[in-house]
Structures are given as structure tokens and as C-alpha cells.
Write a new protein. Sequence first.
Lengths: 346, 535
Amino acid sequence: MNETKPLPTAPAPVPPAAPAARPAGAEQTGRQRAAELLQRQGVLAVLLAVVIAASFIYPTFASLDNARGVTIQASFLAVVALGMTMVIITGGIDLSVGSVFALGGVLAAWASQYGFLAALLLPLVVCGGIGLLNGFLIARGNMAPFIVTLATLLGARGLLLALTDEGATTYLVPKDSAFGELGQGSVWGFGYPIIIALVLFGAGGLVLQRTSFGQTLFAVGGSSDAATLMGLPVARTKILVYTLSGLLAGLAGALNAARLSSGVTIVGVGMELDAIAAVVIGGTLLVGGAGSISGTLWGVLLLAVIQNLINQIGSLNSSYQSVVSGGFLIVVVVAQRYLARSRRST
Amino acid sequence: MAPPEAVPQAPEAAVSTASAVLEARSVSKRFPGVVALDDVGFSLRAGETHALVGENGAGKSTLIKVLTGVYRPDGGELRMSGEPVRFARPFEAQQVGISTIYQEVNLVPLMSVARNIFLGREPRNRLGLIDFTRMHRETGELLDGFGVRVDPRRPLHTLGVGTQQMVALARAVSVNAQVVIMDEPTSSLEPREVETLFRVIERLRGQGIAVLYVSHRMDELYRICDRVTVLRDGRHIHTGDLAGLDRMQLVSMMLGRDLSEVRRSGVTNFAAEGHEAARTPVLTATGLSSRLQLHDISVSLYAGEVLGLGGLLGSGRSETAKALSGALPLDAGELTVDGTTLKRLTPAAAIRAGISLLPEDRKAEGIVPGLSVRENIVLAAMPRLSRAGVVSRAKQDRIVDIFMKRLRIKASSPEQKVGELSGGNQQKVLLARWLCLEPKVLLLDEPTRGIDVGAKAEVQSLIDDLAREGLAVLLISSDIEELIEGADRIVVLRGGAVAGELSGDDVAEDRLLAVLADHAPEPVDRAPAAQEDPR
């Protein structure tokens, strides 16, 4: 495995988003090129278009304050969607993240009385454990990810209700604690969760594109049989990716609790669906094998901007947010079909 | 996975295997109800190209899977350069230098060429991250050696199948392989790509790498292989030099027919005398062609005859039957039934025209195990039995009763689930399903495979009866006796093209073997469409 020789031409470290993965396209058909481009850059284009248009129409939208608000809103979903992206790239799905997110928040709020480290570690251990269980059942037990994570969705939510006496008990984060600061502090008005999310996305991109683990995720999603026959550690990779997803959902929940100063039990309901929507809008194939971290970031931001815009309009019921997000989802799925067809025609 | 019997083997064994790079010793593998490998011994020498041949069920794929760590043998042991080895996973086989390229390209279509080649062993830079610059450069150099020029960054799925196969080969060879196993590598290649593959194999031979080459194409075997191993019914039949081996002998070993006792006797239940065929064909197919599968196949079927379709595995028999039933997308070709040319070739159109296909794999393509005998039988006839969407139960029962009696289907009642019946009775249920459509042409693909002897005899005499009643029957069978005794005429396929036609007294084993082996001591009756032009 390790045949690393000293490099004859030690190249300068390439930035992670180097266009290495861009298809050459020299002999690809125009249709394919268009589809690939749509897949990779479509969301970003839509996001920019929406932001620019909204800035002209609603002056309040373009304000720095609003940008801070939108991004802090988006940061928690972003962290959850990061794990979801990796899971979906392997061709799986993790429905448990919404419940795990809420559980992580409650655990963090409860543990915050014992200090910063406890408040951070407890949710990570428990939620990572749930992820590990998911991964183990899926990879070693050969069970369908949908069913396994649906079970842990219910289980985590039940655990949460038991811990809080059906929501009657609310654990509060002590005032002026270091843990509370993690959620409420900010740099130039941009909350720490935003920065944490960005750092995680940078690291996630690096892991996905530049490590063997990342490559194996794509291989497992692209063709699980081929990955096995090539001798790749398929089961281990799956276990790891679900554990990662649980960890990230727990972390996001903890950050959310720190920001709200309490462990709220009703958060995270349906969050898994938002995360899936953001991932798919970001161009990751739901069947696995292709996708990008950056796409997910744009997808999360797009969902957040749409929600913000509907709030800006004011007269519109906020429920319409789901209608618009749903619309985007359909557009993306249709585009993916188009992509798949142009692929088959080769 | 520590081998429990780590005791060194007897010294004489070590001497005999000195030159063997990979060896299988009395390897057995059982699956529920089947012995896939029965005490098979096999050895591969460094630098040789070794052919592995055998018909369906011979155990070739099982042996390959044992050698590559996909299956663990139930008995026997594997040795690599004389050392006993055990593989728990394919990865472990690869680590000791056994690489495999499979018939279907087993790479990840959405990933780039370079990523596919280096998956699992990517070059790293000082930071421990994947070094794409180096990966792409090395991929380019590697593929250059195979005469393939593609951008290493291109997603694999944008390449042709042949090029993908080359990429798979490049991956297999670049992992410091000592043994490369190729499972029908040429089945999806164009002739030009086959030449490239052969050049690569020559190079591997020069480097002392052993190649295990599995193929049904005799020409290829004789061109590039040094030795050959024949398997049949899970047993080792023969290993030896290919140069001195006559094609006829090779084929007869594969099929398990002893040349000296080729005879025409009543082993099967077919009537000894032939059938009275009509003068004009019911079904005429002209120029059936499908890229890489069928090349300009023309056949005619006459009412009241059984036409046998002969050929070795992979010769295009099943594909031809599928094409005749509209189930195989064609690039060219026409079907004419009773003088009317079918406009659109779809299974529905073929059924309407009176063509029924009994597919080879009855589990996957035929029966619905959870439904009852009655439901399975009337499935295809539903549209005819129903009026305004309502199916008359009385009509169903009448039809089902007729066929259960006629075909002697042994079931506790028409309501018994088909999944509970024996293989032979399942096959009869399928036959009944098509017969109640009152077809003109019946295409039978391996109708007696996997059913017991008694049921086999019944199915055979049924085929006889059906032809006598005026049905045109196309019979595909790997069982040479069944083909010879059941068919009035045999069209022999080789490499997806018609290689010859036997009729009258030529319908005999020696003649059939001769055509199968492309070994014609005397001129063989050649059908007009028998030109060997692949296009």
C-alpha cells in the first residue's frame, strides 16, 4: 500500500479545490459537458443569482447583519449536511441525524454544568456511538441504511424524551460559561458556529478529495462490488462514515444548545430531510458515487437564503419556504436524470 | 487467518511444485445442493499463459473465485510459490500478487481513470494527502505501455468498454502482480482491442507473469495460450500443452464425450424418427445483428420440426433465442412470421405474432414462485381470458385443468405455490403458460437443465409431441445427446455467427463436434449465411 517514493518534482502544495477532478471533456459530447457543469456548478450559479437579485429588491437583505443572521442559521444544518454528504456519496442515507442533533443538544446542556469539556465530549461520545451502531448494522449486518437509521431516529428521539421527562425538564447552559461562549461568541459579528462549520467544510473537502478514505467513499458509492473486488475496506469505510455523520450531528446539536443556552427538545424534527435536500441540491447523486462538499455548502446556503427571503417578504407564510425548497429539489433531480441518461448514451 | 495445519508438507510435494507460482491442491467447494468444485488440482507456472476451459457449470468461475479470495474453499489448499496461503478477502489475494480482471469491467464508472487505477494505494505527498500530479503522470505512463492514450482525469464511464477493460488490466498489472487472471477478457472487445490485449499478454509473459486465461473462443486459446486445463462438472479433466492437442479432442473433453464411442442411441426420450416439416417456414429471421453478440444470423423455422441450436457456451445461442422473441435490442435484422414482417421487434409484438420463449434462467426470468400454479399458468394469457379487465375464473380453471393433465404437472392442487414444486414441474408450468397462448413458434432455451431424469424424459417427449402437432420448436441444449436426438436439423453457432448447419444424416455427434471445434475433415454443410465475416 505504501510505495511512496521521494518525489522527483516536489510540487507546491495544491489547494484542495484544485481542478484535478474536472473531466477533460475533450471527447465528451456537448450534452455531457452541459450536464456535468450543471451538476458541479449549478447550485452556485443559482445561489449567486438569487443573492444578487434579492440584494436589489430588498435592501435589508444585503445588510451585513442579515448576512450574519442567515449564516448562523445555516451553520448548524451545514455541519449536519457535511456528514450526510459523505454518507450519501457511499450510496447510503442517514435519517437519524435530526434526532441525534436534538439529543446532542440536550446532552450538552445537561453536561455543561460539569464544564466545557464535558459539555462537548458527552454528546460526541453518545452521538458518535449511535453513528457507530448505524454503521455496524449497515456494514456488518448487511441491513438497509434506510431502515437502520429510521430505527435510530426513533430510538434517539425516545431517549431524548426520557432524559427530559417528555420535554418537561429543560437543562440550561450556565450563564457566562465557556461552553455558552462557544455558541454565542463571534468574530466581527460572525458567530463561532459559522467559523467552526467553515473549518469543518475545509477539512471535509480535504478528506474527501485528497485521502484514501475519501476516494474509497466514492468507490463504495460508485460500485460496491467493484470496491470489494479491488480489495478496498468497504465495511470499515461504511462504519466510519456513519460514525462521522453521528459525530457531526451531535456536534451541531451541542453548538446549537450553546447558542440557545439550553437543550431544546423540539429541535431537529425533519432536519434530516433538510440535510438530504441540501446535499442533493448541491449536486451529490442520491444513488452515490459522485458529489462534493462545496456543493453541499452552496445547497445549505441556498435553503437558508430562501427561508430568509420569505421572511423578508413578510406577507408570505413561512411555510412556503418548503414549497420553494421542494421546487429546487425537483429541478435538481430532473437535472440528475438528464445527467444519468447522457452517461448511459456513451 | 492463521492456517491451523501449519505443518510443512512432505518434501516430494515441494519438489513437484518448484516451478508453480500458483497452485491449487485438491480444492473443493460445495454450495447447497451442488458440488461446484470436487477435488480439483491445478497449477500455474511463472511466465505461462494458461487456458481454463469448460462448459456451463464446469466450475471455472468457482475456481477463479477461490483463487482470488472471493470464496474460501471447503477442502484443499492454495499455494503461492510453494507456500500455503489462505485468503479471507480479495484484498489478501491481491497482496500476494494475484490480480483479476473480470468479464464485466469491475471499476467505478464515475471516478476518473487515474483514481480507478490507484484506488486503495494512492501516491501521497509530504502532507499525507493524495498527490494527483504524480498519480496522473504515472497513469499516463502506465497506459502508454498498453497503447492507450486517454486523459487520466476523464471519468471512466466516458470511455469505450474496450478502453475501460484496458484500464482494468493496467490496474491489475500495476499492483506488482505475479499472476493475472482474465475471465473472458475479450467478450466485450473489438478485434483491434483484442490485438492490443494480446500484445499486453505477450509482454506479461516476457516479464515472467503467469496469466490464467478463461475464454470460449478456440482461436484465441490456440493463439496465445501455452497450456490448457479442462474442467467439467466441477472436476479436473485434463491439463496439458495446447500445441499438441487437437481441437476436436479439446471440445470432446469439455463436453464429456468420448470420441471413440460417439453413437446414436436412445439415451433420451425423443422418438427415433424425425418429424414431417412443412414446406414453407413459419418464422424466418434474416441478418440478426447486435453489436458484439450476434453477427448476421439467419434462420428459418418450419412448422412441425424441431430445430436445434448448437454451439459452445458464449456462442450466442441464448442471444439468438432472445432476438427471435424480440427481447434483445438489434442493430439490424428482420423477423417474418407467416409471411408478415414484424414492424417493431418487442417481446409483446413477438408474443402477438405467436412466438413464445421459454427462457434459460427460469428462476430469474420465468416463474413467479409466490403465485399459485393456476396464476402462473394464466399470467401471459390474461389479456385473452379477460373481458373488460375481468378474468373469468371458470375459463381459467378449464385451461389450467387441461394443461395440468396434459403436461402431467404434479401439484397438490392448482392453488399450490409454484415455488414449492420441483424444478421439472416448474418448467412444465412455464411451458403451460406459453402453450395456452397457442403459439406457432416455441423457443426453448435449455428446457431440461436442472431437472431430474424422470421429468427430463417427460419434457423431451412433450417437445416431440408438440412438434408432431405442428408447432415449430427451437431447441437449445448444452446436452449434446438431447440436441442430436431431439432435433431434426441443427444450426451451429460460433462467436455469434452461424458456423454451419446439419440436417438429415449429418445430425450426429461427430459432425456436430467437428463444427463446434471448427475442424472440418470433410466439407460441412454450410448455410448460406455462414460466411465468417463478423460484420
